[in-house]
Ligand binder design. Sequence first.
Ligand SMILES: Cc1cc2nc3c(=O)[nH]c(=O)nc-3n(C[C@H](O)[C@H](O)[C@H](O)COP(=O)(O)OP(=O)(O)OC[C@H]3O[C@@H](n4cnc5c(N)ncnc54)[C@H](O)[C@@H]3O)c2cc1C
Length: 388
Amino acid sequence: MAPKDEKYHDMDETLILDSIHKWLERDVAPYAMDLEHSDTYPVEMVEQMKDMGLFGATVSQEWGGLGLSASTYSKVVTMISEVWMSLTGIFNSHLMMATAVEKFGTEEQKQRFLPRFVTGELRGGTGLTEPDAGTDLQGIRTKAVRDGDHYIINGTKTWITNSIEGSCFALLTKTDIKADPPRKGMSLFIVEKGAGFEISKRFEKLGYKGIDSGEMVFTDFRVPVDNLIGGEEGRGFYQTVGGLELGRINVASRSVGIAKRALDEAVRYSQERSTFGKPICQHQAIQLKLAEMATRYESSRLLLEQAANAYDEGRRCDLEAGMAKYSASEAAIENSLEAMRIHGGYGYSKEFIVERLYRDAPLMAIGEGTNEMQKIIIARQLIERNKI
Ligand SMILES: Cc1cc2nc3c(=O)[nH]c(=O)nc-3n(C[C@H](O)[C@H](O)[C@H](O)COP(=O)(O)OP(=O)(O)OC[C@H]3O[C@@H](n4cnc5c(N)ncnc54)[C@H](O)[C@@H]3O)c2cc1C
Protein backbone atom coordinates (compact mmCIF):
# COMPACT_ATOMS: atom_id res chain seq x y z
CA MET A 1 0.00 0.00 0.00
CA ALA A 2 1.37 3.42 -0.93
CA PRO A 3 2.43 5.72 1.90
CA LYS A 4 -0.06 8.42 2.75
CA ASP A 5 1.53 11.27 0.75
CA GLU A 6 1.47 9.21 -2.44
CA LYS A 7 -2.20 8.35 -2.15
CA TYR A 8 -4.77 9.28 -4.67
CA HIS A 9 -6.26 12.64 -3.79
CA ASP A 10 -10.01 13.27 -3.79
CA MET A 11 -9.83 14.47 -7.38
CA ASP A 12 -8.08 11.28 -8.48
CA GLU A 13 -10.62 9.20 -6.59
CA THR A 14 -13.47 10.96 -8.35
CA LEU A 15 -11.79 10.36 -11.71
CA ILE A 16 -11.16 6.70 -11.13
CA LEU A 17 -14.65 6.02 -9.75
CA ASP A 18 -16.13 7.87 -12.69
CA SER A 19 -14.20 5.80 -15.23
CA ILE A 20 -15.14 2.55 -13.42
CA HIS A 21 -18.78 3.64 -13.43
CA LYS A 22 -18.71 4.28 -17.19
CA TRP A 23 -16.97 0.97 -17.85
CA LEU A 24 -19.56 -0.92 -15.77
CA GLU A 25 -22.46 0.70 -17.61
CA ARG A 26 -21.00 0.23 -21.07
CA ASP A 27 -18.99 -3.00 -20.95
CA VAL A 28 -20.16 -5.04 -17.97
CA ALA A 29 -23.85 -4.56 -17.10
CA PRO A 30 -25.20 -5.57 -20.55
CA TYR A 31 -23.21 -8.84 -20.58
CA ALA A 32 -22.86 -9.92 -16.94
CA MET A 33 -26.13 -11.85 -16.75
CA ASP A 34 -25.33 -14.07 -19.77
CA LEU A 35 -21.75 -14.73 -18.72
CA GLU A 36 -22.88 -15.55 -15.20
CA HIS A 37 -25.60 -17.96 -16.20
CA SER A 38 -23.34 -19.76 -18.69
CA ASP A 39 -20.47 -19.68 -16.15
CA THR A 40 -18.15 -18.21 -18.79
CA TYR A 41 -14.82 -16.60 -17.92
CA PRO A 42 -15.06 -12.89 -18.90
CA VAL A 43 -12.01 -12.76 -21.19
CA GLU A 44 -12.74 -9.32 -22.66
CA MET A 45 -13.47 -7.76 -19.29
CA VAL A 46 -10.15 -9.08 -17.98
CA GLU A 47 -8.39 -7.26 -20.83
CA GLN A 48 -10.33 -4.09 -19.98
CA MET A 49 -9.40 -4.46 -16.30
CA LYS A 50 -5.75 -4.75 -17.34
CA ASP A 51 -6.06 -1.51 -19.32
CA MET A 52 -7.61 0.26 -16.33
CA GLY A 53 -4.72 -0.84 -14.11
CA LEU A 54 -6.88 -2.91 -11.75
CA PHE A 55 -4.27 -5.68 -11.51
CA GLY A 56 -2.00 -3.14 -9.85
CA ALA A 57 -4.73 -1.20 -8.02
CA THR A 58 -3.14 -1.31 -4.56
CA VAL A 59 0.49 -1.71 -5.67
CA SER A 60 2.65 1.41 -5.25
CA GLN A 61 3.17 3.71 -8.19
CA GLU A 62 6.90 3.01 -7.83
CA TRP A 63 6.19 -0.42 -9.32
CA GLY A 64 3.75 0.83 -11.93
CA GLY A 65 0.61 0.26 -9.84
CA LEU A 66 -2.18 2.76 -9.18
CA GLY A 67 -1.19 3.01 -5.51
CA LEU A 68 -4.81 3.31 -4.38
CA SER A 69 -5.49 3.73 -0.69
CA ALA A 70 -7.62 1.01 0.95
CA SER A 71 -10.38 3.58 1.17
CA THR A 72 -10.48 4.29 -2.58
CA TYR A 73 -9.89 0.64 -3.42
CA SER A 74 -12.85 -0.41 -1.28
CA LYS A 75 -15.10 2.03 -3.16
CA VAL A 76 -13.94 0.56 -6.49
CA VAL A 77 -14.69 -2.97 -5.27
CA THR A 78 -18.10 -1.98 -3.91
CA MET A 79 -19.03 -0.29 -7.17
CA ILE A 80 -18.06 -3.32 -9.29
CA SER A 81 -19.84 -5.71 -6.90
CA GLU A 82 -23.06 -3.78 -7.33
CA VAL A 83 -22.94 -4.90 -10.97
CA TRP A 84 -21.08 -8.24 -10.95
CA MET A 85 -19.24 -9.36 -7.82
CA SER A 86 -17.35 -12.19 -9.57
CA LEU A 87 -15.14 -9.68 -11.39
CA THR A 88 -13.62 -8.45 -8.13
CA GLY A 89 -12.27 -11.92 -7.34
CA ILE A 90 -10.22 -11.91 -10.52
CA PHE A 91 -8.07 -9.00 -9.39
CA ASN A 92 -8.43 -9.17 -5.62
CA SER A 93 -6.86 -12.60 -5.04
CA HIS A 94 -4.15 -11.48 -7.43
CA LEU A 95 -3.59 -8.31 -5.40
CA MET A 96 -3.26 -10.37 -2.20
CA MET A 97 -0.33 -12.16 -3.87
CA ALA A 98 1.13 -8.83 -5.06
CA THR A 99 0.76 -7.34 -1.58
CA ALA A 100 2.68 -10.25 -0.06
CA VAL A 101 5.57 -9.62 -2.47
CA GLU A 102 5.51 -5.84 -2.02
CA LYS A 103 5.27 -6.01 1.78
CA PHE A 104 7.56 -8.94 2.52
CA GLY A 105 9.53 -9.77 -0.64
CA THR A 106 13.22 -9.12 -1.24
CA GLU A 107 14.22 -6.24 -3.52
CA GLU A 108 15.05 -8.76 -6.26
CA GLN A 109 11.61 -10.41 -5.93
CA LYS A 110 9.85 -7.06 -6.14
CA GLN A 111 11.77 -6.18 -9.30
CA ARG A 112 11.13 -9.58 -10.84
CA PHE A 113 7.42 -9.88 -10.11
CA LEU A 114 5.70 -6.57 -9.36
CA PRO A 115 6.05 -4.94 -12.81
CA ARG A 116 4.51 -8.06 -14.39
CA PHE A 117 1.79 -8.30 -11.73
CA VAL A 118 0.58 -4.72 -12.21
CA THR A 119 0.07 -5.13 -15.95
CA GLY A 120 -1.72 -8.44 -15.49
CA GLU A 121 0.92 -10.16 -17.67
CA LEU A 122 1.37 -12.55 -14.73
CA ARG A 123 -1.94 -13.19 -13.00
CA GLY A 124 -2.98 -15.48 -10.19
CA GLY A 125 -3.93 -15.60 -6.52
CA THR A 126 -3.22 -17.15 -3.16
CA GLY A 127 -3.01 -20.84 -2.32
CA LEU A 128 -3.65 -21.39 1.37
CA THR A 129 -6.60 -23.76 1.80
CA GLU A 130 -6.17 -27.54 1.62
CA PRO A 131 -8.69 -30.39 1.58
CA ASP A 132 -8.13 -30.90 5.33
CA ALA A 133 -7.29 -27.36 6.45
CA GLY A 134 -9.05 -24.06 5.83
CA THR A 135 -9.75 -22.09 8.99
CA ASP A 136 -6.98 -23.98 10.77
CA LEU A 137 -4.16 -22.85 8.50
CA GLN A 138 -1.48 -24.26 10.76
CA GLY A 139 -2.87 -27.69 9.92
CA ILE A 140 -1.77 -27.57 6.26
CA ARG A 141 0.30 -30.47 4.92
CA THR A 142 1.86 -29.14 1.71
CA LYS A 143 5.59 -29.61 2.22
CA ALA A 144 8.56 -27.75 0.73
CA VAL A 145 11.88 -29.54 1.16
CA ARG A 146 15.18 -27.84 0.31
CA ASP A 147 17.24 -29.52 -2.41
CA GLY A 148 20.29 -27.42 -3.35
CA ASP A 149 19.15 -24.19 -4.95
CA HIS A 150 15.54 -25.42 -5.19
CA TYR A 151 12.69 -26.54 -2.93
CA ILE A 152 10.66 -29.61 -3.84
CA ILE A 153 6.97 -29.13 -3.16
CA ASN A 154 4.36 -31.86 -2.62
CA GLY A 155 0.74 -31.31 -1.60
CA THR A 156 -2.76 -30.17 -2.63
CA LYS A 157 -4.43 -26.78 -2.44
CA THR A 158 -8.16 -26.57 -2.88
CA TRP A 159 -10.77 -23.93 -3.67
CA ILE A 160 -8.14 -21.66 -5.19
CA THR A 161 -9.54 -18.66 -7.03
CA ASN A 162 -7.96 -18.03 -10.47
CA SER A 163 -6.16 -21.38 -10.32
CA ILE A 164 -7.22 -22.37 -13.83
CA GLU A 165 -6.97 -19.04 -15.66
CA GLY A 166 -4.02 -17.72 -13.62
CA SER A 167 -0.39 -18.79 -13.82
CA CYS A 168 1.29 -17.55 -10.65
CA PHE A 169 0.42 -18.00 -6.97
CA ALA A 170 1.53 -17.18 -3.45
CA LEU A 171 1.69 -20.68 -1.97
CA LEU A 172 1.68 -21.45 1.76
CA THR A 173 3.76 -24.50 2.69
CA LYS A 174 5.50 -26.17 5.60
CA THR A 175 9.28 -26.10 5.47
CA ASP A 176 9.59 -27.57 8.98
CA ILE A 177 6.87 -30.07 9.84
CA LYS A 178 8.16 -30.49 13.39
CA ALA A 179 8.04 -26.79 14.33
CA ASP A 180 6.24 -26.02 17.58
CA PRO A 181 4.04 -24.05 17.27
CA PRO A 182 3.49 -25.17 13.65
CA ARG A 183 3.24 -21.59 12.33
CA LYS A 184 6.98 -21.17 12.91
CA GLY A 185 7.66 -23.83 10.29
CA MET A 186 5.56 -22.27 7.54
CA SER A 187 6.90 -20.52 4.42
CA LEU A 188 5.32 -18.63 1.54
CA PHE A 189 6.56 -19.08 -2.04
CA ILE A 190 5.79 -17.49 -5.36
CA VAL A 191 5.16 -20.36 -7.75
CA GLU A 192 4.61 -20.25 -11.50
CA LYS A 193 2.90 -23.09 -13.35
CA GLY A 194 5.25 -25.76 -14.73
CA ALA A 195 6.08 -29.47 -14.58
CA GLY A 196 4.70 -31.02 -11.37
CA PHE A 197 1.99 -28.35 -10.89
CA GLU A 198 -1.38 -29.61 -12.07
CA ILE A 199 -5.04 -28.66 -11.81
CA SER A 200 -7.06 -31.70 -10.73
CA LYS A 201 -10.52 -30.18 -10.46
CA ARG A 202 -12.75 -27.24 -11.35
CA PHE A 203 -15.49 -26.60 -8.77
CA GLU A 204 -19.12 -26.17 -9.82
CA LYS A 205 -20.50 -23.52 -7.46
CA LEU A 206 -23.78 -22.13 -6.18
CA GLY A 207 -22.77 -18.62 -7.23
CA TYR A 208 -19.57 -16.63 -7.89
CA LYS A 209 -19.85 -17.85 -11.48
CA GLY A 210 -17.66 -16.89 -14.42
CA ILE A 211 -14.57 -17.01 -12.21
CA ASP A 212 -12.63 -20.23 -11.78
CA SER A 213 -12.13 -22.06 -8.47
CA GLY A 214 -9.97 -25.14 -8.67
CA GLU A 215 -7.74 -27.62 -6.96
CA MET A 216 -3.97 -27.45 -7.47
CA VAL A 217 -1.80 -30.55 -7.03
CA PHE A 218 1.97 -30.36 -6.59
CA THR A 219 4.02 -33.48 -7.26
CA ASP A 220 7.78 -33.09 -6.80
CA PHE A 221 7.31 -29.56 -8.10
CA ARG A 222 10.62 -27.65 -8.11
CA VAL A 223 10.71 -24.00 -7.20
CA PRO A 224 13.94 -21.92 -7.03
CA VAL A 225 15.14 -20.87 -3.57
CA ASP A 226 14.89 -17.28 -4.86
CA ASN A 227 11.08 -17.62 -4.85
CA LEU A 228 10.83 -17.98 -1.07
CA ILE A 229 9.15 -14.69 -0.14
CA GLY A 230 11.51 -12.59 1.95
CA GLY A 231 14.28 -15.18 1.53
CA GLU A 232 13.85 -16.60 5.03
CA GLU A 233 12.04 -19.79 6.09
CA GLY A 234 9.43 -19.74 8.86
CA ARG A 235 7.85 -16.36 7.98
CA GLY A 236 4.95 -17.64 5.84
CA PHE A 237 2.21 -17.68 8.45
CA TYR A 238 2.92 -14.10 9.53
CA GLN A 239 3.18 -12.95 5.91
CA THR A 240 -0.19 -14.56 5.17
CA VAL A 241 -1.95 -13.21 8.24
CA GLY A 242 -0.38 -9.81 7.47
CA GLY A 243 -2.44 -9.64 4.28
CA LEU A 244 -5.74 -10.68 5.81
CA GLU A 245 -6.79 -7.23 7.04
CA LEU A 246 -6.79 -5.92 3.47
CA GLY A 247 -8.48 -9.15 2.37
CA ARG A 248 -11.27 -8.63 4.90
CA ILE A 249 -11.71 -5.02 3.84
CA ASN A 250 -12.09 -6.36 0.32
CA VAL A 251 -14.75 -8.93 1.27
CA ALA A 252 -16.58 -6.26 3.27
CA SER A 253 -16.49 -4.01 0.18
CA ARG A 254 -17.94 -6.74 -2.03
CA SER A 255 -20.61 -7.39 0.59
CA VAL A 256 -21.56 -3.73 0.84
CA GLY A 257 -21.94 -3.73 -2.97
CA ILE A 258 -24.30 -6.73 -2.83
CA ALA A 259 -26.27 -5.29 0.11
CA LYS A 260 -26.67 -1.97 -1.71
CA ARG A 261 -27.75 -3.49 -5.02
CA ALA A 262 -30.31 -5.66 -3.21
CA LEU A 263 -31.65 -2.56 -1.46
CA ASP A 264 -31.77 -0.53 -4.70
CA GLU A 265 -33.60 -3.31 -6.53
CA ALA A 266 -36.10 -3.65 -3.68
CA VAL A 267 -36.75 0.09 -3.47
CA ARG A 268 -37.35 0.26 -7.22
CA TYR A 269 -39.50 -2.87 -7.55
CA SER A 270 -41.63 -2.03 -4.51
CA GLN A 271 -42.72 1.18 -6.26
CA GLU A 272 -43.45 -0.57 -9.58
CA ARG A 273 -45.45 -3.50 -8.22
CA SER A 274 -48.98 -2.96 -6.94
CA THR A 275 -51.21 -5.25 -4.90
CA PHE A 276 -54.60 -4.49 -3.39
CA GLY A 277 -54.75 -1.23 -5.29
CA LYS A 278 -51.48 0.36 -4.19
CA PRO A 279 -47.74 0.01 -4.73
CA ILE A 280 -46.34 -2.60 -2.34
CA CYS A 281 -43.98 0.04 -0.87
CA GLN A 282 -47.09 1.47 0.80
CA HIS A 283 -47.73 -1.74 2.74
CA GLN A 284 -46.23 -1.49 6.19
CA ALA A 285 -44.77 -5.03 6.04
CA ILE A 286 -42.67 -4.01 3.01
CA GLN A 287 -41.70 -0.69 4.59
CA LEU A 288 -40.30 -2.49 7.62
CA LYS A 289 -38.16 -4.63 5.34
CA LEU A 290 -36.88 -1.63 3.38
CA ALA A 291 -36.01 0.24 6.58
CA GLU A 292 -34.07 -2.72 7.94
CA MET A 293 -32.26 -3.24 4.63
CA ALA A 294 -31.23 0.41 4.37
CA THR A 295 -30.01 0.46 7.98
CA ARG A 296 -27.98 -2.72 7.49
CA TYR A 297 -26.42 -1.33 4.33
CA GLU A 298 -25.53 2.08 5.80
CA SER A 299 -24.14 0.72 9.07
CA SER A 300 -21.96 -1.79 7.20
CA ARG A 301 -20.74 0.90 4.83
CA LEU A 302 -19.70 3.05 7.78
CA LEU A 303 -17.90 0.17 9.50
CA LEU A 304 -16.10 -0.49 6.22
CA GLU A 305 -15.08 3.16 5.91
CA GLN A 306 -13.73 3.08 9.47
CA ALA A 307 -11.69 -0.08 8.77
CA ALA A 308 -10.28 1.26 5.48
CA ASN A 309 -9.30 4.56 7.13
CA ALA A 310 -7.57 2.74 10.00
CA TYR A 311 -5.68 0.62 7.46
CA ASP A 312 -4.61 3.70 5.48
CA GLU A 313 -3.39 5.39 8.65
CA GLY A 314 -1.20 2.35 9.32
CA ARG A 315 -3.08 1.44 12.49
CA ARG A 316 -3.68 -2.15 13.53
CA CYS A 317 -7.21 -2.83 12.33
CA ASP A 318 -8.04 -6.50 12.82
CA LEU A 319 -10.97 -5.53 15.08
CA GLU A 320 -12.28 -2.94 12.60
CA ALA A 321 -11.75 -5.12 9.51
CA GLY A 322 -13.33 -8.10 11.32
CA MET A 323 -16.40 -6.05 12.30
CA ALA A 324 -16.76 -4.62 8.79
CA LYS A 325 -16.46 -8.05 7.18
CA TYR A 326 -18.86 -9.71 9.63
CA SER A 327 -21.46 -6.96 9.53
CA ALA A 328 -21.36 -6.39 5.76
CA SER A 329 -21.47 -10.06 4.80
CA GLU A 330 -24.48 -10.70 7.04
CA ALA A 331 -26.09 -7.56 5.54
CA ALA A 332 -25.47 -8.95 2.04
CA ILE A 333 -27.06 -12.28 2.95
CA GLU A 334 -30.10 -10.74 4.67
CA ASN A 335 -30.63 -7.97 2.12
CA SER A 336 -30.44 -10.33 -0.84
CA LEU A 337 -33.00 -12.65 0.76
CA GLU A 338 -35.32 -9.76 1.60
CA ALA A 339 -34.97 -8.32 -1.92
CA MET A 340 -35.96 -11.69 -3.30
CA ARG A 341 -39.02 -11.87 -1.02
CA ILE A 342 -40.06 -8.34 -2.00
CA HIS A 343 -39.90 -9.45 -5.64
CA GLY A 344 -42.34 -12.28 -4.88
CA GLY A 345 -42.30 -15.02 -7.53
CA TYR A 346 -40.20 -12.89 -9.89
CA GLY A 347 -37.36 -12.88 -7.37
CA TYR A 348 -37.01 -16.60 -8.01
CA SER A 349 -36.54 -16.04 -11.73
CA LYS A 350 -33.15 -15.91 -13.43
CA GLU A 351 -34.36 -12.83 -15.29
CA PHE A 352 -33.88 -10.68 -12.20
CA ILE A 353 -30.54 -9.85 -10.62
CA VAL A 354 -31.80 -10.48 -7.06
CA GLU A 355 -31.59 -14.21 -7.75
CA ARG A 356 -27.84 -13.83 -8.43
CA LEU A 357 -27.27 -11.59 -5.40
CA TYR A 358 -28.94 -14.26 -3.27
CA ARG A 359 -26.54 -16.95 -4.59
CA ASP A 360 -23.43 -14.76 -4.37
CA ALA A 361 -23.97 -13.40 -0.86
CA PRO A 362 -23.25 -16.54 1.26
CA LEU A 363 -19.68 -16.72 -0.02
CA MET A 364 -19.04 -13.44 1.79
CA ALA A 365 -19.54 -15.22 5.12
CA ILE A 366 -16.85 -17.80 4.21
CA GLY A 367 -13.98 -16.04 2.40
CA GLU A 368 -11.00 -14.43 4.21
CA GLY A 369 -11.97 -16.14 7.46
CA THR A 370 -15.46 -17.37 8.22
CA ASN A 371 -17.83 -15.16 10.21
CA GLU A 372 -17.52 -17.52 13.16
CA MET A 373 -13.79 -16.74 13.17
CA GLN A 374 -14.42 -13.01 12.72
CA LYS A 375 -16.45 -12.99 15.92
CA ILE A 376 -13.65 -14.77 17.77
CA ILE A 377 -11.12 -12.23 16.43
CA ILE A 378 -13.35 -9.31 17.41
CA ALA A 379 -13.82 -10.65 20.93
CA ARG A 380 -10.10 -11.34 21.41
CA GLN A 381 -9.22 -7.84 20.28
CA LEU A 382 -11.86 -6.32 22.55
CA ILE A 383 -10.28 -8.00 25.54
CA GLU A 384 -6.73 -7.13 24.45
CA ARG A 385 -7.58 -3.47 23.96
CA ASN A 386 -9.50 -3.21 27.23
CA LYS A 387 -7.30 -5.12 29.67
CA ILE A 388 -7.95 -4.43 33.31
C1 LIG B 1 -15.66 -19.76 -3.82
C2 LIG B 1 -14.49 -19.91 -2.90
C3 LIG B 1 -13.28 -19.33 -3.23
C4 LIG B 1 -12.16 -19.52 -2.39
N1 LIG B 1 -10.95 -18.99 -2.76
C5 LIG B 1 -9.84 -19.31 -2.04
C6 LIG B 1 -8.54 -18.89 -2.48
O1 LIG B 1 -8.38 -18.20 -3.48
N2 LIG B 1 -7.47 -19.27 -1.74
C7 LIG B 1 -7.59 -20.04 -0.62
O2 LIG B 1 -6.56 -20.35 -0.02
N3 LIG B 1 -8.80 -20.45 -0.16
C8 LIG B 1 -9.93 -20.11 -0.85
N4 LIG B 1 -11.17 -20.52 -0.42
C9 LIG B 1 -11.26 -21.34 0.76
C10 LIG B 1 -11.80 -20.60 1.97
O3 LIG B 1 -10.85 -19.66 2.41
C11 LIG B 1 -12.14 -21.65 3.04
O4 LIG B 1 -13.27 -22.36 2.56
C12 LIG B 1 -12.44 -21.01 4.38
O5 LIG B 1 -11.26 -20.50 4.94
C13 LIG B 1 -13.06 -22.02 5.37
O6 LIG B 1 -12.28 -23.16 5.44
P1 LIG B 1 -12.95 -24.61 5.27
O7 LIG B 1 -13.79 -24.57 4.04
O8 LIG B 1 -11.87 -25.61 5.33
O9 LIG B 1 -13.91 -24.75 6.51
P2 LIG B 1 -13.51 -25.31 7.97
O10 LIG B 1 -12.27 -24.65 8.44
O11 LIG B 1 -13.53 -26.78 7.92
O12 LIG B 1 -14.75 -24.79 8.83
C14 LIG B 1 -16.01 -25.46 8.86
C15 LIG B 1 -16.93 -24.73 9.85
O13 LIG B 1 -16.36 -24.77 11.17
C16 LIG B 1 -16.23 -23.45 11.68
N5 LIG B 1 -15.02 -23.38 12.52
C17 LIG B 1 -13.77 -23.82 12.20
N6 LIG B 1 -12.94 -23.61 13.23
C18 LIG B 1 -13.66 -22.99 14.20
C19 LIG B 1 -13.35 -22.49 15.51
N7 LIG B 1 -12.12 -22.54 16.02
N8 LIG B 1 -14.35 -21.95 16.24
C20 LIG B 1 -15.61 -21.85 15.73
N9 LIG B 1 -15.95 -22.29 14.50
C21 LIG B 1 -14.99 -22.85 13.76
C22 LIG B 1 -16.11 -22.55 10.46
O14 LIG B 1 -16.50 -21.20 10.77
C23 LIG B 1 -17.11 -23.23 9.52
O15 LIG B 1 -18.41 -22.84 9.87
C24 LIG B 1 -12.30 -20.28 -1.20
C25 LIG B 1 -13.55 -20.84 -0.86
C26 LIG B 1 -14.63 -20.67 -1.69
C27 LIG B 1 -15.94 -21.30 -1.31
